[in-house]
Design a protein around this ligand. Structure first.
Ligand code: G1P
Length: 302
């Protein structure tokens, strides 16, 4: 099974930095954001490769995932074995690339990867502005899919009413929970049967307060539906709309997750907070980070 990571956006929220560096390559500690997402995507045992949907304007992303034997040798000659191993590991990840030449929306980006999939296989989609350090969200989604005969599964989480119009929102009902959690309603671990999906609804039209978090395990039929999907919210081809059409033919489930399990890198402030959070969680960085921050800044955080 493959996992698709759409990464063709212009990164306008991070300008001017993204004039020179694609936002996917901005670091969290010393590793680019997209590498966390790739490693997360490869965690479920079913996944054997990642397809990044890139834009032709950002060739640096593809270069990053190539092995650079010369550079590795230079590092090893200088005794920098750990660093050489790290760039070797990044270059050895099973990542392939396809290109989205026009910004026509998330659904269109996903469709761009269709010719790189086996037509009869489900696939994951992971949105790249967010990563889950323990890499377990997609593993749990695969478990829910198995519980329901291989159906599509999306991760969802509660969102305040005044924010529903930023997201895809589901309709449905709670039908169970992850095997070890005994959760109900909007609690983490609850499993819903999805009966409807709407992209960026007005608050009065939202069928629930559960938003699509950006982790999808989808039936191959979604690709066929995307091929005939017209524009929706914002004039874009929406993945949510193709999933809504899928509901007429197949079952779909949603797993309620705690979005705070993951780290947001979608805005400069969220990205900075993610760096702080990861530094505090990393034994090699924690003390140096606190020292560099200084007492005054630490006081301000209180
Ligand atoms: C996309 C999806 C939306 C989802 C969101 C999560 O929207 O279309 O359904 O809730 O990601 O971040 P975007 O953020 O691209 O507008």
């Amino acid at each position: 099974m493959k996992a698709i990571i759409p990464a063709a956006g212009l990164g306008t929220r991070f300008l001017p930095a993204t004039k020179g560096t694609p936002k996917e390559l901005l670091p969290v500690l010393s590793k680019p954001v997209i590498q966390y997402v790739v490693e997360e995507a490869l965690e479920p045992e079913e996944v054997d490769g990642v397809i990044v949907v890139n834009s032709p304007e950002k060739p640096q992303i593809e270069s990053y995932f190539h092995v650079d034997g010369g550079f590795e040798e230079t590092l090893r000659a200088r005794g920098k074995e750990k660093e050489a191993d790290e760039i070797h590991a990044a270059g050895s990840l099973p990542v392939s690339f396809c290109y989205q030449r026009e910004a026509k929306g998330l659904g269109h980006a996903v469709l761009c990867a269709s010719r790189m999939l086996r037509g009869d296989e489900p696939f994951f989609v992971l949105l790249g502005d967010y990563f889950v350090p323990d890499r377990q969200m997609c593993v749990k989604m695969a478990e829910v899919s198995k519980m329901h005969g291989g159906a599509s599964v999306i991760a969802v989480a509660p969102v305040p009413e005044d924010q529903v119009s930023r997201y895809g929102i589901i309709a449905g009902e709670c039908v169970g929970s992850l095997s070890d959690m005994n959760a109900t309603g909007e609690k983490e671990g609850a499993v819903w049967k999805v009966t409807g999906l709407v992209e960026k609804p007005a608050p009065e039209d939202a069928p629930s307060h559960l938003f699509i978090v950006g982790r999808y395990l989808l039936s191959p039929r979604v690709m066929e539906l995307l091929a005939t999907q017209g524009p929706g919210a914002g004039g874009e081809i929406q993945l949510t709309d193709a999933m809504q059409r899928l509901l007429a033919e197949e079952e779909m489930y949603a797993l309620v997750v705690d979005p705070a399990e993951g780290c947001d890198t979608g805005t400069p402030a969220a990205w900075a907070a993610t760096n702080a959070r990861m530094a505090l969680a990393d034994p090699d960085s924690r003390d140096l980070f606190l020292e560099a921050l200084g007492n005054k800044a630490i006081e301000q955080l209180r």
